[in-house]
Design a binder for this molecule. Sequence first.
Ligand code: PHE
Length: 447
Amino acid sequence: MTKDRAQWGSRFGFILAASGSAVGLGNIWKFPYITGENGGGIFVMIYLACIFLVGLPIMIGEVLLGKMTKSSPVGAYGELSNGSRGWTSVGAMGVAAAFVILSYYSVVAGWAIHYLYLAISGTFEATNNSPQQISERFSTVSGDGALSLAWHAVFMAMTVFMVISGIQRGVERAARVLMPTLLLLMAAMMFYSMSLSGFSPAVDFVFGAHLDALSGASVLEALGHSFFTLSVGMGAMLTYGSYLKRTDDAIVASIAITVLDTAVALMACLILFPITFSHGMKAAAGPGLVFENMPIAFSQMPGGSLWAIIFFVLLVFAALSSSISMLEVAAAYFIDNRGWSRRKAVLSTSACILALGVPSALSESFFGWMDYVTSNWMLPLGGLGVAVFMAWRVGGKAREQAFAEGSKLGKIKAVYLLWLRLLRYFVPVCIFLVLLSGLGVFDAATP
Ligand code: PHE
């Protein structure tokens, strides 16, 4: 299997594709709205701590697991645990999570494409619609099953198109175009936001210390989101890591991806909140922050339709480079473990995901439930699996060697020990707390 396995075409191929996976709706749609709901400042700081102390060590572990085994999740756990049933099922849970997450992720991405279409057709012009009408549009769109379904199918077709041509020709080439364009568009929007009167209140909201808003639930939400936004706990980073060469530096790459993902999430806040505040709207607008507040703001700003088009192109691009990684995890299982051709694997898995997305497109409560099960259970459990497996199960020598291989930073003993200790003790305890909170253990304490 190792001999003719696909590899990235260049050193940047992996970084681009993996940051494409990490940067997505989680950064631009979800992070700003949960920051808004949790009162900004302190929540952001807790989030940063979770990203660098929990998410990053897991990402390094996951990428190394892929790099060491040159295999997708199920095979990777199997190989290093002598085929243990328990460990292979951790890998299998990741594959299952890929199916489930992509099925509803694609529905939200479908709304983004629909909003792009609305922006192009002038729906967000003040002369065509009032703020009230624009805001109501979101519930009309998300409540329209047939419409949601149609755009979900369009988005899945786009994802299939990218994944079917393989790692170098499909995934890597897509990331090469999508990521730089995304960053450029975001920079343009941020410059615009910096010129607004709402910019300094937004900076204060995102970075200022507002101690009053701190609650136990915020900590747990920040931790849960750090898995989702870094794409860890599901095997996406593992699968992308498996296409690395021995000489590639997995440690520096993981750090770069984490820093970029965090930068984009913060930039998204610095784009959305100045616009929100300048138009006198509330930060705690929930999931509608992107689909209600932003279009209202666009309708009231000069050149708004153009900014709306840029913004929704950006959202679709970000979603696409993430969905590619989820479909890759699902397909790689059938390619590596069942010997299917890439074409057959991609087409059949995406057909299943398309079908699985139907109830999410039709019912908001089903959608919410899928999001809940995957973000609060499957990803944290998958992350716990990576941490325990890499820190306790994999042989010490092999682990240390893998950490140092191709990486100057990884050869520094203190760096290795810091990573190992975080992964051994700190990470499992933190995840355990998220899982307990998922069971409602802390509910009585948070009124
Ligand atoms: N990280 C992606 C985002 O922030 C979502 C994702 C989760 C992608 C899990 C792959 C795996 O939107």
